[in-house]
Design a protein around this ligand. Structure first.
Ligand SMILES: [Zn+2]
Length: 292
């Protein structure tokens, strides 16, 4: 059976899997060579070569510019401006498909996860950064600018006094959704409120005012997605997706912000957890074959 190889290139680790059908037959993680582009290409190539024959899909923390083919919007900044797809293809001697990692996450959950059978799936990463991806009928929508689903750098909707001052974002804007809803964003907000310096997981475990503020902001931010995309399912990924309360609190809170008499959209946990991104990368060729 033909193997599908998936690579998830993250800021701290590179993960590889091989699927035969939907069965996982190989998995390995290596640390990301932070700061070195050449070493990153070599690390991916040696993982692929270890697996052997098969189609190769790669999820990256960014996107390929539709204009130049170079990596843009990557928080792993050593990738920015590099022809990663072309370099991988020449190193490996086979074609490679590259997609944004949040898009891979959405694809994985749409293919055989929490969004299986749903027409429209919005996948959200709430981790070190905030990203999003859209899968329609099991196919990723990349978009004409390759930014479909990238809601993390929209401004937080309807900011009130409790949201001020608008935090500075690395992208050069102020008050981006990411500055509130990333893990570091929750830590920052908790420090602002209490003076305590805790990790996002520690703040969430307190189940206090900081988490309530987080839930209310997440509800506002997702309501604006529902108003545009009207998805069947929103699947959460990233570290914050482990906070069980979000799945009951946020749908209760988003009602008043959604322009509809009812909100049938489900907020779901990821079926494949941490493995969703790399599985989605492996599915990239499959989704393309299905629709070409
Ligand atoms: Zn931003």
């Amino acid at each position: 059976m033909a193997r599908r190889i998936g690579i998830d290139l993250g800021g701290t680790k590179i993960e590889a899997i091989a699927l035969e059908g939907s069965r996982e037959v190989f998995r390995k993680r290596v640390p990301s060579p932070r700061g070195s582009y050449g070493a990153t290409v070599s690390a991916i190539a040696s993982l692929v070569n270890e697996i052997g024959a098969g189609s190769v899909g790669v999820g990256i923390p960014g996107a390929l510019s539709r204009v130049t083919g170079l990596v843009k919007n990557a928080n792993s900044t050593w990738l920015i401006g590099r022809p990663l797809k072309a370099d991988l293809e020449s190193t490996l001697g086979r074609p490679v498909r590259l997609e944004n990692d949040a898009n891979c996450f959405a694809l994985s959950e749409a293919a055989d996860g929490a969004g299986q059978g749903a027409a429209v799936v919005f996948g959200v990463i709430l981790g070190t950064g905030v990203g999003g991806g859209i899968a329609v009928q099991g196919r990723i929508i990349t978009g004409v600018n390759a930014i479909a689903g990238e809601w993390g750098h929209n401004p937080l909707p309807a900011p009130g006094p409790q949201d001020l001052p608008l935090p500075d974002c690395y992208c050069g804007r102020k008050g981006c959704i990411e500055t509130y809803l990333s893990g570091p964003g929750l830590s920052r907000d908790h420090a602002l409120l209490t003076g305590e310096s805790l990790t996002a997981a520690e703040v969430a475990a307190l189940q206090g005012e900081s988490l309530e503020r987080y839930e209310e902001r997440l509800a506002r931010a997702l309501a604006s997605v529902i108003n545009v995309l009207d998805p069947d399912v929103i699947v959460l990924g990233g570290g914050m997706s482990n906070v069980a309360r979000l799945y009951t609190q946020v749908p209760r809170l988003w009602r008043r912000h959604v322009f509809s008499d009812q909100v049938a959209t489900r907020l779901a946990r990821p079926t494949h957890g941490d493995a969703s991104g790399v599985r989605g990368a492996a599915w990239l060729w499959e989704q393309w074959e299905k629709h070409k």
